[in-house]
Structures are given as C-alpha cells and as structure tokens.
Design a protein around this ligand. Structure first.
Ligand code: URA
Length: 243
C-alpha cells in the first residue's frame, strides 16, 4: 500500500505537493469514489482517476543479475562501457542497479525500479548483509582475519564489525581465498579493507546479497525475484530500521 499522492507523483501526474492539491480540489477518484482527505493508501489493483482519466500505476520490478567482470554498475556510462542496465533492454520500464559493484567485481546485484526499497537497502548504516569471496595476494592469517572482523580504518572511517573466514591458502601461488560479510557499502570497501590488512584483492565476487545468491545463474544471466523474496527483503530492511 502506498500514499495516493506518492503513487500519483510516481505516475508522472504532478509533484507530490501538487498531487495533494488535486486531491483537495476533489479531482481524484479511487475506485470510482472522489477522495478529498489526505493520507489515503492505495494498492496496485486500485483504479485511480484524475479528472476522470485513469492513471496507470508503475509496476514494480525486481531482478537479480549475476554480474560479469567488465560491466559498469550505473545506469549510464559516459565512456560507453556496458552497464548492468544493458542486460535489461527487453524490459519496457526504466530500471537501475541497487548500489554498486566495481567494474571488475562479479556476482549478485539487484536491479529494480523501486526507489524506496533501493534507498533502504543501500542505507549506509542499516544496509543489508553482503558476503564477498576475495582472492587476495599473500597467505592470509588469523591475525588479519580478526582485524577484518573487529573493523579497520579506511579513509579515516572505522568499518563496523564484520565476519571473515579463510576458505583456502595456497602457498604455491602465494594467494588466499577469504570470505567477508559486511553490512555497510562504502566505496571499494572490501578492496580497501583487504589492502589495509596487507592482502590486496586480485579478484572479487559478491556471493550473497541479504539471503539472495546467484545460484543457478551463469555469469550475465538474470532472473526476476519471486514475490516472497521481495517481501522478505522489505521485511529485512524494515527490521534493520527499527532495531
Ligand atoms: N567492495 C569492493 O571493494 N568492491 C566492490 O565491488 C564491492 C565491495
């Protein structure tokens, strides 16, 4: 359910303030009834008319893409590189990525046209858990892992407590595989954290976003989220906000 004036604004009728004015003037009907009071909530199946002309509510869309390397995660790139949005050219509505993954980072990224959920999911403090698997240079040890977990200072900012786990240490290639779960989403956060503890990232994959993984999707493939997954995401962010 969403506020009537917000739905009108999203449908491009007028700004929220101007939509409120239209409501007060008695020019808006919900399911055939004129509505003049503020605070009415509508659902996607409700019929809304302004001056007897029905408006179409934008359908909310939610996708999960298994992002390949070499793709930019913004809606447009001035340098003309491929963007995550290019994978959704068959979708009529404008969609955009939820947060960022670096050009060379692979893995789970959500793509939607739901601005409200995007804002909550990418909130710097209340953001959802994200799990990365990093291939790093060097043979990582427990000391570095516990530093990552306690928080390290990057760009003058101390990262919040995280979970870290060594998956593999390979002496012959002088590399290690580390899993790191963080709640924030600062720019290049994982790469900076790893570098700070002395193990620069060679490859980075976002394995999990909240409870969502790219299981069953090849690199570059995407799928629509199921209703229950969208509801669970909304529930998660609302819990994060209230705790
Ligand atoms: N942290 C990074 O350093 N890069 C990403 O793409 C995501 C998290």
């Amino acid at each position: 359910m969403e506020r009537l004036q917000k739905v009108m604004a999203h449908a491009g009728i007028a700004s929220r303030r101007a939509s409120e004015k239209l409501i007060k003037e008695g020019r808006v009907k919900v399911n055939g009834q004129i509505v003049t009071e503020m605070g009415v909530n509508v659902k996607p199946s409700d019929t809304i008319e302004v001056d007897n002309i029905p408006i179409t509510q934008e359908q909310k869309l939610y996708f999960l893409l298994n992002k390949p390397r070499g793709v930019i995660s913004s809606a447009e790139d001035p340098k003309g590189r491929k963007t995550v949005v290019d994978f959704f050219s068959s979708i009529d509505q404008r969609v955009y990525p939820v947060g960022r993954l670096d050009y060379d980072t692979t893995g789970v990224i959500l793509v939607t046209n739901d601005g409200e959920l995007t804002n909550k999911l990418t909130h710097p403090t209340y953001g959802v858990e994200k799990t990365y698997v990093a291939k790093v240079t060097g043979l990582i040890d427990k000391k570095a892992v516990s530093r990552l977990e306690r928080g390290v200072t990057i760009d003058g900012y101390k990262t919040r407590p995280a979970q870290a786990r060594i998956i593999d240490v390979n002496a012959s290639s002088n590399t290690s595989l580390v899993e790191l779960t963080i709640h924030e989403g600062k720019n290049h956060q994982v790469k900076k954290m790893m570098k700070t503890v002395g193990f620069p990232v060679e490859k980075l994959n976002r394995h999990q976003y909240a409870f969502l993984t790219a299981d069953g999707l090849q690199s570059g493939e995407w799928r629509e989220l199921k209703n229950f997954e969208v509801n669970k995401l909304k529930q998660l962010v609302d819990e994060n906000y209230s705790s």
